[in-house]
Ligand binder design. Structure first.
Ligand code: 5AD
Ligand code: SF4
Length: 441
């Protein structure tokens, strides 16, 4: 049995694709190993959202090829594969096969071809009809948490972003199919399902029979209600796109307890000028209106975001506006990125004129403001009780479990006899950096 080692970079969509590939390869007679050394085939599932992520691939391939004893096939899938295609075979890097983002259902064929001696196997074509999105029987990163892609691709074309090119146009999975898979996952013991997509709230399936009409103004919040009605214990969803974030989503969360109280709403910048240059389709005011609505929700919702610092032309004044917005929103978490020009995107044509030093200092400054937001938010939690899904046992002390709250905060807690997979009531006793500590009651 040939052994395959699969390494995943990047977003949840890649994690989900890797889960599907693991299942596919196991069904096709391969063994999946966690030990790279003993593997016959190494596959990298790649990310190209920033240059650094892309370089990781070349570093890792170099490490494998530098080992004279390693006689392995090396394959590349994911966004770098889709974008670079044939060019990955150049420069004698030692890559044997390349599989695009829509061909993940055919990875086994690429491996077989490479094994039989065909050099430079490449498959960047669209999905075959027989490739479905069913994740209800795939391998998972956790037995209790499942990622379910409900929309793939992106039509937004923010000027800095490569995703619309690497993942293609938006395509939504039929609501009836999503509900069916969630029911199946629930039967299989999954407690928490994450509905994932680049922009989940742009969900817009083709008309379908069976379920109510999902057209109208609010197909995503209707989907949320339909998924909530399955009775699965927890439903989370990421990522939301501000322009399409309909207030009805907040209403749905207030109607159904199993819709989790967490919204990830990337703002990217707090300057209208930069938001226009990014072609985000929202401005600071329209974003703040959505935030005000989220903050006014009767059920308290946690709020997280993504921000880019150092976009071309970003001045001190623009950056000040971003700092103001981060203070205003009091995010529970913010993922801050230094702008990285992506060849082929409209912003990639602009001069990358904010120096590396300025990007770093803005990054650190913003991180400091955000740290204060986080410590405020976490210390407010001390003394409160949260429902926590026990996802894994602590490596250090087997009496301790760790997991997430419904608002997606990490909690380490004294299990008091609870097991992995249990949903526990945990009283928070301490907040340290990004983590809460507590005791099951
Ligand atoms: N440079 C830096 N960050 C980027 N992101 C997307 N493209 C780039 C880029 N070219 C960030 C955005 C997005 C997150 C997933 O990655 O903040 O929300
Ligand atoms: Fe990229 Fe914008 Fe699409 Fe998000 S919405 S994936 S940032 S183009």
């Amino acid at each position: 049995m040939k052994k395959v080692y699969l390494e995943t970079f990047g977003c949840q969509m890649n994690v989900s694709d890797s889960e599907r590939v693991v299942t596919l390869l196991e069904n096709e007679g391969f063994e999946i190993t966690k030990d790279e050394g003993s593997a016959d085939v190494v596959i990298f599932n790649t990310c190209s959202v920033r240059e650094k992520a892309e370089h990781k691939l070349y570093t890792r391939v170099g490490q494998i090829r530098n080992d004279p004893d390693a006689n392995k096939l090396v394959g590349v899938m994911g966004c770098v594969a889709q974008l670079e295609g044939e060019t990955l075979f150049e420069k004698d890097r030692g890559i044997d096969f390349v599989v695009g983002t829509k061909a993940v259902g055919r990875v086994h064929k690429a491996i077989r071809n490479a094994e039989s001696g065909t050099r430079n196997v490449i498959d960047l074509k669209g999905r075959e009809d027989d490739y479905d999105w069913d994740v209800s029987h795939t391998a998972r990163h956790s037995p209790y948490v499942a990622f379910l892609p409900i929309i793939e691709g992106c039509n937004k074309f923010c000027t800095y972003c490569i995703v619309p090119f690497s993942r293609g146009r938006e395509k939504s999975l039929a609501a009836s199919e999503i509900v069916r898979q969630v029911l199946e996952l629930r039967r299989g013991g999954v407690k928490e399902v994450h509905l994932i997509g680049q922009n989940v709230n742009s969900y817009r399936p083709k008309s379908e029979s069976g379920l109510e009409d999902f057209k109208g103004a609010t197909p995503f919040s209707r989907l949320l209600r339909a998924v909530a009605a399955t009775g699965i214990e927890r439903i989370k969803f990421t990522t939301s796109f501000p322009r399409d974030f309909h207030p009805d989503i907040v209403d749905a969360i207030n109607e159904y307890e199993n819709l989790c109280n967490w919204v990830h709403l990337p703002v990217q910048s707090g300057s209208d000028r930069i938001l226009r240059a990014m072609r985000r389709g929202h401005n600071v005011d329209s974003y703040k209106k959505r935030i005000d609505h989220i903050k006014a929700s009767p059920r308290s919702l946690s709020l997280t975001t993504d921000i880019i610092v150092g976009f071309p032309g970003e001045t001190e004044e623009d950056f000040e506006a971003t700092k103001d917005l981060v203070r205003y929103c009091e995010y529970d978490a913010a993922y801050i990125f230094k702008y990285s020009p992506r060849p082929g995107t409209p912003a990639g044509e602009l001069a990358d004129d904010v120096s590396a030093g300025v990007k770093t200092s803005r990054f650190l400054e913003l991180e400091n403001i955000q740290k204060r937001n986080v410590s405020r938010s976490l210390s407010k939690s001390v003394g409160s009780t949260f429902s926590v899904l026990a996802e894994k046992r602590s490596g250090k002390d087997s009496r301790h479990l760790s997991g997430h709250t419904t608002c997606h905060k990490v909690v380490n807690f004294n299990s008091n006899g609870a097991s992995e997979g249990d949903i526990c009531n945990v009283r928070i006793t301490e907040a340290k950096r990004n983590t809460l500590f507590g005791e099951r009651i």
